[in-house]
Structure formats: structure tokens, C-alpha cells
Design a protein around this ligand. Structure first.
Ligand SMILES: [Zn+2]
Length: 269
């Protein structure tokens, strides 16, 4: 028995999470238990599901997130591997509901898998997305090799320097990651400071934010789209590296060519 039985729309969302988890593993972006995924699944929760009893004690979030009233989330489990989640999403993640007051949650299905230790920061991002009326429902944290490598240089950590280079490698990168790559300087993983800096960078009009010497944090309407934004950025980084390996600095598309692209496809930047 699974909460996903007879709920094809909800199952389809969890299937997307499993699909992305497999890609993360195959790309080498998800070593050991690296990376996190949380999805706001509230819109697929029916009346019957609302009445289901909890299978855990209420657990504190650690802060009050007022826009999460009545929300439900799928969360990767703490210490769980993406490669295992890809095969068995409900054994390596769980479905939780936020309790009235928005300061605690309980696990409802399928197994009492404790959510990621990053849950408070992921929930804080979801709270902020709802506060600003965003249609985004999925958040992804992963370790894309070439993008992380870029952040080991001061040059690429400056605002929009990496964005410009990545956009200029291939037109699709600007078209499919049209807000570019925000940069957050190194901070302790799981810290409140990192969560706050991430929200600030997302609000500075980025969908994908780079954590220096660590990984990316991306948001989008669903988890497939969040993955795609990171994937196109990393592809550009690989093209840059391929050119450097061939012994030259790649020319890149010109600023005029990139402006034309923005006009032709009505891109936000
Ligand atoms: Zn990480």
C-alpha cells in the first residue's frame, strides 16, 4: 500500500522526482547522500488524504513559516542516496504536512523516513516563493561538477561574470536559463546564513543560485524544469572547458547576439 495508489497525478509528480534523482546520479552530481529535493505537492492532496493519520510525532521546523499553512511536501530523506531514491522514492523520502501554526510538521506517508536535515532551509525557500505568488513548486540542491569547479576562482564569483560566459557558449543556455546564475559566497552548509543568502539571491531575480565551492540551488515549476535549468548551465561550462582543453579561450557569442536572442524570445534579461 502506498499513498500514491489511485492518485495518478500525485504519483506523476513523485515519478518526476525519481527520474531526476537518477539523472543526478548518472551525471556524477550526487555522490553518497549528496543533494536534496523538496516539492510542494499541496495541489495534488485530496480530501481523503487530508484525513490520513500521521505516522510520526510532530517535529519542529525551527522557525515559523506563515505561508506554508496547510501545505504538503515530498522531501528526500536524511542520509538517503539519490541513486536509491531513483528506484524507491517512497522508501528514501517521505510526504509531510505542515501543522497549524506553521512551526512544525508530521510525516504522513509512506514510511517514517526523516526528511533531509536541509528541510528548514528548503521550506524557508518555499515559504518565500508562496509569499511572492510564484508558481514555482520544486527546489533542487545538487553538486554539478563543472559549475562547482568555476566557483573556485574569484573571477567567476563576481556578479554575472559566469552568467555571461555560460550564456555565450550556446544560445539555448540563455533561452532555457533566462535569469542566469546567482552567486552566493562560501557559507557553512545547513546554516541559517546560507538559507537567507539563497533566498536573497533568488529574490535578486535568479532561478539558479551557486553556492561557492559547494553546489547549486535551483527552483522552478516542477523538479524536471529545475533540473533542466542546471543541466543547460552545466552543459555550457563543459563547452567552455572543452574549448580550453583544445588550447584556446572560446570566443563566445557577442553581447549583440545575446541581446537579439532576448528580443526574439522575449527573455527577462
Ligand atoms: Zn550539498
Amino acid at each position: 500500500m502506498s499513498i500514491l495508489d489511485n492518485r495518478p497525478a500525485l504519483k506523476a509528480e513523485i515519478d518526476k522526482v525519481a527520474e531526476v534523482a537518477l539523472y543526478l546520479w548518472q551525471k556524477g552530481w550526487a555522490e553518497r547522500n549528496g543533494g536534496n529535493i523538496t516539492v510542494n505537492i499541496s495541489e495534488w492532496v485530496d480530501d481523503e488524504m487530508q484525513k490520513l493519520p500521521a505516522i510520526s510525532e510532530p517535529r519542529p521546523i525551527g522557525k515559523r513559516l506563515e505561508h506554508l499553512e496547510g501545505c504538503w511536501f515530498y522531501c528526500k530523506g536524511t542520509g538517503k542516496r539519490m541513486r536509491d531514491l531513483a528506484r524507491k522514492p517512497m522508501e528514501n523520502g517521505s510526504i509531510i504536512r505542515i501543522l497549524p501554526g506553521c512551526e512544525s510538521y508530521e510525516i504522513v506517508a509512506d514510511a517514517p523516513v526523516a526528511p533531509t536535515s536541509e528541510l528548514p532551509s528548503h521550506l524557508a525557500v518555499h515559504d518565500d516563493l508562496l509569499a511572492k505568488g510564484s508558481p514555482y513548486r520544486a527546489s533542487l540542491h545538487t553538486h554539478p561538477i563543472e559549475l562547482v569547479a568555476l566557483t573556485h576562482s574569484r573571477k567567476w564569483m563576481q556578479k554575472d561574470v559566469a552568467t555571461n560566459m555560460l550564456w555565450s557558449m550556446i544560445p539555448e543556455t540563455k533561452a532555457f536559463c533566462p535569469r542566469g546564475l546567482g552567486m552566493v559566497p562560501y557559507m557553512l552548509p545547513s546554516s541559517v546564513e546560507l538559507a537567507e543568502a539563497t533566498i536573497k539571491a533568488l529574490n535578486d531575480d535568479y532561478d539558479v543560485v551557486m553556492w561557492e565551492k559547494h553546489g547549486v540551488f535551483a527552483v522552478d515549476t516542477d523538479i524536471i524544469s529545475a533540473f533542466d535549468q542546471v543541466d543547460v548551465l552545466n552543459k555550457s561550462a563543459q563547452i567552455y572547458i572543452a574549448a580550453r582543453n583544445m588550447g584556446f579561450e572560446p570566443e563566445g557569442m557577442s553581447q549583440a547576439q545575446m541581446r537579439d536572442l532576448s528580443e526574439a524570445f522575449a527573455l527577462p534579461k
